[in-house]
Write a protein that binds this ligand. Structure first.
Ligand SMILES: [Mg+2]
Ligand SMILES: [Zn+2]
Length: 127
């Protein structure tokens, strides 16, 4: 029997709708009532789901800051800042829920690594 690796869509915690709930990175969003809540630890199992979360974070960064071009040294400092945030979240994690913040920071680390490669491959982004 084929194991179902798909994710169960939860019902909205507020309006109880089961049709309007979508995944947005590491949170669930109800399109009916607009409420959102974090995914549980273990709800993001497949590479496809994780890479999807990283791409959504990259899109969020583009909306927030626009195209970012930095030297490799500058990018490494930005990456290490995110690694520092992931380290702090790991140190501070005392309960399973706390690992949601650690997971979020890991996605930031991965998204910055993607941005570094994008920058390097743009004209003038690798001076
Ligand atoms: Mg961060
Ligand atoms: Zn709702």
């Amino acid at each position: 029997m084929k194991k179902n690796i798909g994710m169960m869509k939860p019902k909205c915690l507020v309006c109880k709708s089961s049709i309007g709930v979508i995944r947005d990175g590491i949170q669930w969003v109800c399109e009916i009532c607009g409420s959102n809540w974090p995914v549980e630890r273990g709800e993001m199992k497949t590479k496809k789901e994780i890479l999807g979360a990283i791409i959504r974070e990259r899109n969020r960064q583009d909306i927030k800051w626009g195209e970012q071009n930095h030297t490799p040294y500058e990018w490494l400092v930005i990456l290490m800042e995110e690694v520092g945030e992931a380290s702090k979240a790991a140190l501070d994690a005392l309960s399973p829920e706390d690992y949601l913040l650690y997971q979020k920071e890991c996605i930031h680390v991965a998204a910055v690594a993607v941005a570094m490669i994008e920058s390097l491959n743009r004209d003038g982004g690798n001076e």
